[in-house]
Design a protein. Structure first.
Lengths: 111, 114
């Protein structure tokens, strides 16, 4: 079983719609959860972090965490073509700052 | 600019050669990492140093040798390069051992072994 699992996609949504990206993780002691966006040929860029159960909103982005079910999701409202990228879910656990990544979900936002 | 910077950006070399990638961060972080990203975009941790101490050493061939002269620098030396080493190598840094500090990535080094 992989540490972090994501649907590889591609996920296609029309411009203006809500894009929903999901991630599950295997280890219950995981502490911190992150979403990174990676454009083709570029490095991963942090867009959201969440540490407690519930929702966290930042602009058009909302991260949701459910530790009991071991899943974390990212909602992108009013999706724009510039949101087209691969979204990587990352989970941190332990005292050694070990980050585990999912294989990413490719999002296509169609104009 | 505050950032994680790595050099070179591109590295093309032949099998059997030895090469190095350098990384520096001016974010004041105390933990640095090397990640390998394959063609399917999967990011896999290779090594991590905290204040010059090696704290994570994943199952990586011993042809790969990291070196951290101080907490702001982490280099990666690769001996006897193989075709399968072709990938993008990312340096990253974070703050603190434990806690919620995220990873900050460098721009990556695309290694092509021919």
């Amino acid at each position: 079983q992989k540490e972090v699992e994501q649907n590889s996609g591609p996920l296609s949504v029309p411009e203006g719609a809500i894009a929903s990206l999901n991630c599950t993780y295997s280890d219950r002691v995981s502490q911190s959860f992150f979403w990174y966006r990676q454009y083709s040929g570029k490095s991963p860029e942090l867009i959201m972090s969440i540490y407690s159960n519930g929702d966290k909103e930042d602009g058009r982005f909302t991260a949701q965490l459910n530790k009991a079910s071991q899943y974390v999701s990212l909602l992108i409202r009013d999706s724009q073509p510039s949101d087209s990228a691969t979204y990587l879910c990352a989970v941190k656990r332990g005292n050694f700052n070990k980050f585990y990544f999912g294989s990413g979900t490719k999002l296509n936002v169609k104009p | 600019d505050t950032a994680v910077s790595q050099t070179p950006k591109y590295l093309v070399t032949q099998m059997g050669n030895d090469k190095s990638i350098k990384c520096e961060q001016n974010l004041g972080h105390d933990t640095m990492y090397w990640y390998k990203q394959d063609s399917k975009k999967f990011l896999k941790i290779m090594f991590s140093y905290n204040n010059k101490e090696l704290i994570i050493n994943e199952t990586v061939p011993n042809r790969f040798s990291p070196k951290s002269p101080d907490k702001a620098h982490l280099n990666l030396h690769i001996n006897s390069l193989e075709l399968g080493d072709s990938a993008v190598y990312f340096c990253a840094s974070s703050l603190g051992r434990g806690g919620n500090s995220p990873l900050h990535f460098g721009n990556g080094t695309r290694l092509t072994v021919t």
